[in-house]
Write a protein that binds this ligand. Structure first.
Ligand SMILES: [Fe+2]
Length: 52
């Protein structure tokens, strides 16, 4: 395998794993951190307003 192909394969694999970690970490935060829940809701409203 060429060097750049190897790098691409590794980075894509890491990215795939990190997407799972984001979901797991987000789930934990939303269960344990009330402030995080509030911040997420606030950010959602801001995005909704921007899209109106
Ligand atoms: Fe991670």
């Amino acid at each position: 395998m060429m060097h750049s192909e190897y790098i691409r394969t590794v980075l894509l694999d890491v990215a795939r794993e990190e997407k799972i970690h984001v979901v797991e970490f987000q789930d934990l935060l939303l269960k344990l951190d009330e402030k995080q829940v509030e911040e997420l809701e606030k950010d959602r409203k801001e995005v909704d307003e921007l899209l109106e």
